[in-house]
Design a protein around this ligand. Structure first.
Ligand SMILES: Cc1cc2nc3c(=O)[nH]c(=O)nc-3n(C[C@H](O)[C@H](O)[C@H](O)COP(=O)(O)OP(=O)(O)OC[C@H]3O[C@@H](n4cnc5c(N)ncnc54)[C@H](O)[C@@H]3O)c2cc1C
Length: 496
């Protein structure tokens, strides 16, 4: 197709592919150009440790995919993607074998929280009941007021606060730790707003849709989007890093699934100084150090229920996690870091040879860190699962600096492609009415540096594509993704 595509998409992360799917559904011929050898960006699966052990390279837990208006329209299940739900959505182990445990039922979760049962039920039941309305509002361009719902009003009132402020309604170590663990996904100090918003969104989705893994690995979701693009005559080309917009084949529309910093470099002097300066002021967050394990058996969590959990948040009680996150924000590497763990093989045995398991984990570190945190991550797991270290058959570690080497969107190892502060969430990547449109005619940004921000939900890509469809092709109605039909196709270039 070189030179005859209607639209070029640079980058094949979930947002680039969602953009390409949306454009293809409108009948356009799309060419996706990816720099890495394997497509998918933050949604890939590879044998990182040993043959037969399939690790999610980046995203592993998919509440946002299930809740996303884009993926609801794309209907992954109808395209052969199966979401595998663990019995326990997430767990928060504490010292002495205690743990707080979230299941799909608010009542069941509350019942396990002792003295905080009623406080949990009062906070979370309305949010869980209105989880889809909250997700629709949050997973939007944030440019129009959402339709009113009671749940949304509660979410807006509490979500703009800090986790520390909202966690004050809980008194037990379990409920407070649970709140800290989910709030820390925000990669901000727990005293900063809107960390409560992240906790309440992800916490409500645990009850509304669950936090499943993708059976066979996150890459299956990527494959389903690529298959759809190729079936409509589009192409996905890998191994071609785009350094300059001038290197791209001519096309009426170009959508960039890249970080603002990369866009500045690609566009050079073409960008008006004011916009370039605004992109230059875009703030990136801390990085992560990711450690994947191949295990000879299941993790021996001291707490029985934690063994059934898909995701676990480690780091102890609220104050300990808050201290670890504050240390990272100060540029320090905590000795006892907050560690996120996904044990995908609990819900999806296909990830490892029979009886064996994979374990996915990461901790937060200062931006650009080259420190290997494997020992500290392992010590944190061992604290709640004595004997864990003896099960490790192999480990694979990526420091924050190596995360950026793998994917330039993760500037300094920031997997969110930009801080999620109250100001920067709606004003990603610059304060403009339409955040996807750039000053360059026909050129759009569609990465998670645009609203609604990080996560595998495809909405940045879809919303950028809808803008391009309106501006460039005069298509005003969102195309029906259900109508995507195969066309005589050119095939996927270089797609493994
Ligand atoms: C370790 C880790 C764990 C995560 N866990 C979760 C999780 O459990 N659940 C969840 O929902 N989200 C998770 N995320 C976040 C999620 O993966 C990202 O928010 C999401 O992938 C962003 O999608 P994107 O399309 O904007 O960018 P990306 O997925 O980063 O894709 C960008 C793509 O563009 C390519 N690219 C960039 N620049 C160029 C260029 N110049 N030329 C050509 N190609 C280029 C990159 O190689 C990459 O393939 C995680 C991320 C990481 C890294």
């Amino acid at each position: 197709m070189p030179g005859d595509a209607d639209a070029i998409v640079v980058g094949s992360g979930p947002n680039g592919l969602a953009a390409a799917v949306t454009l293809a559904a409108a009948g356009l011929r799309v060419q996706v150009i990816e720099g890495a050898a394997v497509p998918g960006g933050g949604c890939r699966t590879q044998e990182l440790t040993l043959p037969g052990f399939r690790h999610d390279v980046c995203s592993a837990a998919h509440p946002l995919a299930l809740a996303s208006p884009f993926f609801r329209r794309f209907a992954p299940a109808a395209r052969g993607v199966r979401f595998a739900h663990p019995e326990v959505v997430y767990a928060h182990p504490l010292d002495g074998g205690r743990a707080a445990v979230i299941t799909r039922s608010v009542a069941d979760t509350a019942a396990r929280l002792g003295g905080d049962a009623e406080a949990y039920r009062r906070l979370m039941q309305p949010l869980a009941d209105g989880g889809n309305a909250i997700a629709d509002a949050v997973l939007s361009s944030m440019r129009r007021p959402p339709s009113y719902s009671g749940a949304l009003a509660v979410y807006a009132r509490l979500g703009l606060r800090s986790a520390a402020a909202v966690a004050d309604r809980f008194h037990t170590d379990e409920a407070r730790g649970l709140f800290a663990g989910v709030a820390a996904h925000a990669m901000l100090p727990l005293t900063a707003p809107p960390t409560a918003g992240v906790a309440l969104l992800l916490g409500s989705l645990a009850h509304t849709v669950g936090w499943p893994v993708v059976a066979g690995g996150s890459a299956r979701l990527t494959d389903a989007m690529i298959d759809t693009i190729v079936a409509t005559g589009g192409q996905v080309e890998t191994g071609s890093w785009v350094r300059s917009l001038a290197d791209l084949p001519p096309a009426p529309a170009t959508l960039l699934d890249v970080a603002p910093r990369a866009f500045i470099a690609m566009a050079g002097e073409q960008l008006p100084a004011r916009y370039r300066d605004a992109l230059g002021r875009f703030r990136y967050g801390p990085g992560i150090c990711k450690v994947d394990f191949a295990l000879s058996g299941p993790v021996p969590w001291r707490n029985e229920a934690a063994r059934q959990a898909g995701t676990l948040h480690l780091g102890g009680g609220f104050e300990e996690i808050a201290a670890a996150e504050a240390a990272v924000a100060r540029g320090e590497h905590p000795d006892s870091p907050y560690v996120l763990v996904v044990q995908a093989s609990v819900a999806d045995p296909s990830r490892a040879p029979r009886g064996k398991h994979t374990l996915w984990s990461y901790c937060h570190v200062p931006s650009g860190s080259t420190v290997d945190m494997t020992a500290r991550v392992e010590a944190q797991i061992e604290r709640f699962a004595p004997g864990f270290t003896d099960l490790a058959l192999a480990r694979h570690t990526r420091t924050a600096a190596q995360e950026e080497e793998m994917n330039p969107n993760y500037v300094g190892g920031d997997i969110a492609c930009g801080l999620q502060t109250v100001r920067q969430v709606p004003a990603r990547p610059a304060g403009r009415w339409n955040p996807y449109r750039t000053p360059l005619r026909g050129v759009y940004l569609c990465s998670s540096a645009t609203p609604p921000g990080p996560g595998v939900h495809g909405r940045c890509g879809e919303l950028a594509a809808l803008t391009a469809l309106r501006d460039v092709f005069g298509v005003r109605e969102p195309p029906d993704l259900g109508t995507l039909r195969p066309r005589p196709a050119a095939g996927a270039l270089g797609t493994p």
